[in-house]
Design a binder for this molecule. Structure first.
Ligand code: CMC
Length: 428
């Protein structure tokens, strides 16, 4: 196979090297393009642009393959835990029993937040969206921990990474508690990571909260499935913001904001709202699918379509199965799951969706599980953020050790006015 590509332009032929990844993905290395030709590449939405080399996650969107550090998502979902997956993503290997114990213990012992930080939540309106609160709070962590902000210092990185994973569950829980006017719950060191999250979310000082093992396992699974997805929008945001050498907390705060959008992680909240509105309006799945096909972006079938997956989203398959299992084990019956299944079936045989290779994605069924365990829709995307955190961190760390590391700075094709003389205000 060729190891260079040729570009013919203005009578000149430029040879550009090809880069090959460990799964034989190929790219044209255009770094010399502008110097040699004065041209830049143009790729809105970066659909054809590789921004970096990365050894964290492999996706084959045509075959529906997703692997973290070489391990298939199906196997991790079945055999691993979220904290172990977090370790895998961040450090590059599955931990030994001893390494895992040290990691888990460090995370557990960093979950408490500074007492003064509690006032931060109280200063925000009660109806603030928890994603806005989480993003602001994670950004504010840099003000409480100025001793660990240097992205070039390995010790600072280690401490800030552990602090962030640990405190993120506390931050998300406090965002929720503030919204419903309940007291903040302190984390408890004898609980698991997800057990602590559920305790801080659903517990009250009035009685001891015992997490249902079915619920705990379901949330752990959902966090694993969301833990990384290579160069998606929020991860690319973390990399771009992080490329300025800003501290970890600030880069992740930007990633949380990117995730909130309904085309990205915010879709999980939109899906449940869509299912509820179909239910309330008594619309049939067929009617809704017809509306989604009309081309109005506001009426898209949320939870369908993906930039990379063009066959099926392997995470969706696992979540759909978990959805049925969890609802059955909890004895919850919901019309929303029936509507979701009907919509999926209808869309999968509809020419519009088939032609465009639109399939249900990770967000299509996750909200049904979150709802069944009593989580309000505004907390769905914060759950996604909790899951994606180790992925963001792993990419931020990888970027800093990449020999090709550079500040991110795309170019543009200017389409504005030509050189114009300034006219004084009195003469306009
Ligand atoms: N419903 C109806 N039509 C759709 C949908 C949908 N959900 N998604 C894409 N299309 C159509 C789109 O209108 C376009 O049609 P045409 O070629 O006639 O103009 C075609 O399919 C290609 O769509 P696109 O917008 O160019 O595709 P994209 O790769 O730029 O966007 C997407 C991917 C996920 C933003 C999009 O599919 C979408 O908006 N889906 C709904 C929101 C959603 O579920 N987002 C979660 C994504 S998965 C989790 C995550 O990564 O955060």
């Amino acid at each position: 196979m060729a190891d260079t590509a040729e570009i013919r332009v203005d009578g000149q032929v430029i040879e550009l090297p090809l880069i090959v990844g460990s799964e034989d993905e190929r790219a044209i290395d255009i770094r010399r393009l502008r110097n040699q030709t004065g041209l830049i590449s143009f790729d809105p939405g970066f659909a054809n642009t590789g921004a970096c080399r990365s050894a964290i996650t492999f996706i084959d969107g045509d075959k529906g393959i997703l692997r973290y550090r070489g391990f298939p998502i199906e196997e991790l979902a079945e055999k691993s835990t979220f904290l172990e997956v977090a370790y895998l993503l961040i450090y590059g290997n599955l931990p030994s029993a001893q390494e895992f114990e040290a990691f888990e213990s460090s995370i557990t012992r960093h979950t408490m937040i500074h007492e003064d930080f509690k006032r931060f939540f109280g200063a925000l309106p009660k109806d603030a969206h928890p994603m806005a609160v989480c993003s602001a709070a994670v950004g504010a962590l840099s003000t409480f921990y100025p001793d660990s902000l240097d992205p070039r210092d390995p010790r600072h990185i280690e401490i800030s990474v552990h602090r962030l994973i640990a405190k993120m569950i506390t931050v998300a829980s406090y965002a929720y508690k503030h919204s419903i006017g309940q007291p903040f719950m302190y984390p408890q060191n004898d609980r698991s990571y997800v057990g602590n999250l559920l305790h801080m979310l659903f517990g009250t000082p009035c009685e001891t909260y015992e997490a249902d093992p079915v619920v705990e396992k379901a949330i752990d699974l959902l966090l694993i499935l969301h833990a990384d997805h290579e160069q998606n929008c929020s991860t690319s945001t973390v990399r771009l913001v992080g490329s300025t050498q800003v501290n970890l907390f600030s880069a992740i705060s930007a990633g949380i904001n990117a995730l909130w959008g309904p085309s990205h992680g915010g879709a999980n909240q939109e899906v449940i709202e869509m299912l509820e509105s179909i239910h309330e309006e008594g619309m049939s799945a067929k009617q809704f699918v017809e509306r989604a096909k009309a081309g109005d972006p506001g009426a898209r079938l949320t939870g369908f379509g993906h930039r990379v997956y063009k066959n099926f989203d392997p995470r969706m398959k696992i979540i759909k199965k978990a959805c049925f299992d969890v609802l059955e084990k909890l004895g919850v019956r919901t019309k929303l799951l029936e509507i979701a299944v009907e919509l999926e079936e209808m869309a999968l045989k509809d020419e519009y969706f088939v032609e465009r290779r639109l399939y249900p994605n990770v967000d299509f069924y996750s909200g049904v599980i979150y709802s069944a365990i009593g989580t309000p829709p505004t907390m769905f995307t914060p759950f996604f953020a909790l899951g994606r955190l180790p992925g963001w961190i792993a990419h931020w760390m990888e970027m800093h050790t990449d020999p090709d590391f550079k500040i991110g700075r795309p170019r543009q094709i200017y389409t504005g006015p030509a050189l114009s003389p300034y006219v004084p205000i009195a003469d306009r």
